[in-house]
Design a binder for this molecule. Structure first.
Ligand code: PHE
Length: 450
């Protein structure tokens, strides 16, 4: 972000900027496939409960720390307590891992935009289309380079503001379109069974992995545990209510995810019968949406419109990810912005390659039995982020005490749920995080089946 910390103008400025970072592929690509895979309604329920408790407490904390110190993650932790500056570094590693594979998915979105715009949407509705595409070498890499290239150019020239402006117009349209398509999906024959799967919790599908997946998704979707909200908080004016803002961001972010799920999950039942739901993976949105558009007259145009909106949502997120990494590196290595941008770009290009090739010629290499993309996703969302969140809870709960956050929040207005906040951050969140983290990591390494 810029050197002299400018403030967000007005009350809505902060919410919009934070929502721009929060709403992205996490909501539209990641949430629906996780919901399909991890038991539908039970995943949704766990996610909602976590959003209202963990998510609420953590987002309040990060924004408050940022506003209190006026610094981004590393500086903020250091200023509050030198011994905890490592937490800032740990948080800074997360976007470095996410950005490359996020760009691979961004590349897929760009490709699908091109497909629909060039009138080939019908071909994409074919069952093998997506698999053939990501199984290739040159093509997915081309689109991936394009996506990360555009992101890098925006960050290099510091024209985020322009992109943000456009996306402020695009985002509401995306919401309307997602809503419209989800209503259409549920009217398709056979969709009702899928709707029920998506909204009714089936406790037989409950496991520690469900909770971990929901927790990882929560961090990811709300841009938590990676220092981003701390940075945003540092730009927030003192008279803005943190609690209200968090509420608005949560409603917005969760609302879009919910409707994206409603648009995609029931469609799996319409087109595939809904057997073996746990087999659904990262490709779900790309496999299902073209099929939906194919059943709509003029669906090709609608598909093009949809993918361009998703592309913008993805770009605002990838830009905020890259910006964080670039300014972090620039500060640490004391190199200029241009050089830092170049270094990050090259690094990302290289680290993203395995994620792209992992669905094709490198599919035989499977760290922890996962594809490269899923592996990086697992390390950041299911391992690093919970660790950062755990450290944050301990730090706030026992070192600087919840009161310091509560005081900061109360500067800008009443803090209605401060008791919930204090209990969450001190006891419930850290205990749950650690239990879930241990059991799921053991599970991933095949040591213990849960
Ligand atoms: N929250 C974004 C999404 O849902 C991803 C993201 C994470 C963006 C962290 C920026 C920072 O897609």
């Amino acid at each position: 972000m810029n050197e002299n910390r400018s403030s967000f103008t007005g009350k809505i400025g902060f919410v919009l900027a934070a929502a721009g970072s929060a709403v992205g592929l996490g909501n539209i690509w990641r949430f629906p496939y996780l919901a399909a895979k991890y038991g539908g309604g039970i995943f949704l329920l766990v996610y909602l409960v976590l959003a209202l408790t963990f998510g609420f407490a953590l987002m309040i904390t990060e924004i408050a720390i940022g506003r209190k110190t006026g610094l981004s993650a590393i500086g903020a932790y250091k200023k509050l307590d030198k011994r905890f500056s490592f937490a800032g570094y740990l948080a800074a590693i997360v976007p470095i891992i996410i950005l490359p594979y996020y760009s691979v998915i961004g590349g897929w979105v760009t490709k699908y935009l091109a497909v629909f715009v060039s009138g080939q949407g019908k071909a994409a509705a074919d069952g093998d289309y997506f698999g053939d595409f990501i199984g290739g070498v040159g093509e997915p890499i081309f689109w991936y380079f394009l996506f990360i290239g555009v992101t890098a150019i925006v960050v290099l020239f510091g024209v985020q503001k322009g992109v943000e402006k456009v996306s402020k117009i695009m985002m509401p349209i995306l919401v309307v379109l997602t809503l419209g398509i989800s209503i259409y999906t549920i009217t398709l024959p056979g969709a009702w069974e899928g709707v029920l799967y998506y909204i009714t919790p089936n406790f037989e599908n409950f496991s520690a992995t469900t909770v971990l997946a929901a927790m990882g998704q929560l961090f990811y979707s709300m841009s938590l545990s990676m220092g981003i909200m701390i940075t945003y908080g540092s730009y927030m004016k003192k008279d803005v209510s943190i609690e209200k803002s968090v509420k608005q961001i949560e409603i917005f972010d969760t609302g879009i995810a919910f409707f994206a799920g409603l648009m995609i999950v029931p469609a799996v039942f319409v087109f595939g019968g809904g057997d073996n739901m746990e087999k659904n993976g990262a490709g779900l949105m790309f496999e299902v949406l073209p099929k939906i558009f194919d059943t709509i007259p003029g669906g090709s145009v609608l598909g093009g419109a949809f993918f361009i909106l998703v592309l913008f949502a993805a770009l605002t997120s990838s830009i905020s990810l890259m910006e964080t990494v670039v300014s972090f590196l620039g500060d640490k290595l004391k190199i200029g912005r241009k050089l830092s941008c170049l270094v990050v770009f090259i690094f990302c290009v290289l680290l993203g390659l395995p994620s792209s090739l992992g669905f094709g010629i490198w599919s035989h290499i499977a760290p922890l039995g996962m594809s490269f993309l899923n592996f990086f996703d697992f390390i950041s969302n299911s391992v690093l982020m919970p660790i950062v969140a755990f450290i944050t809870c301990i730090f706030i709960g026992f070192i600087i005490k919840p009161k310091s956050v509560i005081d900061e929040v109360e500067i800008g207005g009443a803090f209605k749920r401060k008791r919930l906040f204090a209990v969450m951050i001190k006891y419930i969140a850290p205990i749950c995080i650690i239990l879930i983290l241990i059991s799921s990591v053991l599970d991933a390494f095949g040591i213990m089946k849960i």
